[in-house]
Design a protein around this ligand. Structure first.
Ligand SMILES: *Cc1c(COP(=O)(O)O)cnc(C)c1O
Length: 342
């Protein structure tokens, strides 16, 4: 029985071209910034995202942590969406490592209202921490892979920037957003002082994320990465895959989105499953199975039938499409889900 693995796009294995690129990579010591392949990837990422410089880091979590450390001082407050990855799933790193206070603000399907951000910004009062940074997420994972539009971003940036507060993008899947919105990724990243994106998700590289921003910011981020033990030596082995990811793997994300649409439509026709099709814009699908006895039971039975996925919470299931799941696999998955629902 072929397993259809819809747990995450992080399960994508490197492509044959990536394995070839590893063998041919020119290498050096990247802590000394003498790894030519890494230097090439960092230049390429900065160009694509539209910032002065870029830095390779070990993971998306490390990308957000070094960005927050580079923007702030201890005791500063950071505003972020209440269901964001940085707030929920990064082991409290911002507090533990940065001495930062999180100020979560609930959004609507992952999108922050500018009025709410404005209210959350602290005024000049001796009792208050200083609001130093606002973080947005695009696509918004917990909202079901919503692609936040450049207009929605600008509306938030317009209330943030006049207050001399920086704005960071957790763009783990920002290329999915660009593909879904049919726009150059730079129209999405334009307003941000810093942007991170993952090479290791839909783009299929084995390891790594990129942080992009001004020269001065990246210098601080590089130092923060070293402090966290993320200074790597012949990291060109990983960068070689990253170059293939950025140059060759972006356009095919549309196939993942097409598969997600097909899967979501199939799910919406099943009794007991409740899904908001408006939220299915990229490669993530979140649906409600409370009428079927909850997410954990659903997932357990489905796994025995050869489809893997994850629970978002007690009532919601998350499925993610990616390069290792074909259109035929979606048909197979839907057949098996139908049996479980029955
Ligand atoms: C996956 C993800 C991260 C973290 O990436 P890791 O490489 O798993 O640490 C950060 N933000 C968002 C929105 C993500 O989906």
């Amino acid at each position: 029985m072929k397993i259809v693995d819809l747990r995450s796009d992080t399960f994508t294995l490197p492509t044959p071209e990536m394995m070839q690129a590893i063998q041919e990579a020119e290498l050096g010591d990247d802590v000394f910034q003498e790894d030519p392949t890494m230097n090439k990837l960092e230049k390429l990422a900065a160009q694509k995202i539209g910032k002065e410089k870029a830095l390779f880091v070990t993971s998306g979590t490390q990308a957000n942590v070094v960005s927050l450390l580079a923007h702030t001082e201890r005791g500063d407050e950071v505003i972020m969406e209440a269901q964001s990855h940085t707030y929920l799933y990064e082991v409290g790193a911002m507090a533990a490592l940065g001495g930062l206070m999180a100020h979560p603000v609930p959004g609507n399907k992952g999108v922050l209202y500018p009025e709410d951000v404005k209210k959350a910004i602290r005024g000049d009062d001796i009792h208050f921490p200083r609001t130093r940074l606002v973080c947005l997420e695009n696509t918004h994972n917990n909202a079901g892979g919503i692609a936040v539009t450049p207009e929605q971003i600008k509306a938030v940036a317009d209330v943030v920037k006049p207050q001399n507060i920086k704005i960071h993008l957790d763009g783990a899947r920002v290329f999915n957003a660009a593909v879904a919105l049919k726009t150059d990724v730079k129209t999405i990243t334009k307003e941000f002082d810093s942007v991170m994106f993952c090479l290791s998700k839909g783009l299929s590289a084995p390891v790594g994320s990129m942080v992009c921003g001004s020269e001065e910011f990246i210098k601080r981020a590089r130092k923060a990465r070293k402090m966290l033990g993320g200074g790597m030596r012949q990291a060109g082995i990983l960068a070689a895959c990253g170059i293939v990811a950025v140059e060759k793997m972006v356009d095919r994300l549309k196939d993942d989105h097409t598969n997600a649409q097909k899967l979501a439509k199939g799910l919406s026709e099943l009794k007991g499953i409740s899904i908001d099709l408006d939220t299915v814009q990229t490669n993530i699908i979140i649906f409600d199975v409370s009428k079927l006895g909850g997410s954990h039971k659903f997932i357990e039975i489905l796994e025995k039938k050869g489809v893997k996925c994850l629970a978002r919470d007690e009532t919601h299931v998350r499925m993610v499409t990616h390069r290792m799941v074909s259109s035929e696999d979606i048909d197979t998955a839907l057949e098996r889900i139908k049996e479980v629902v029955k």
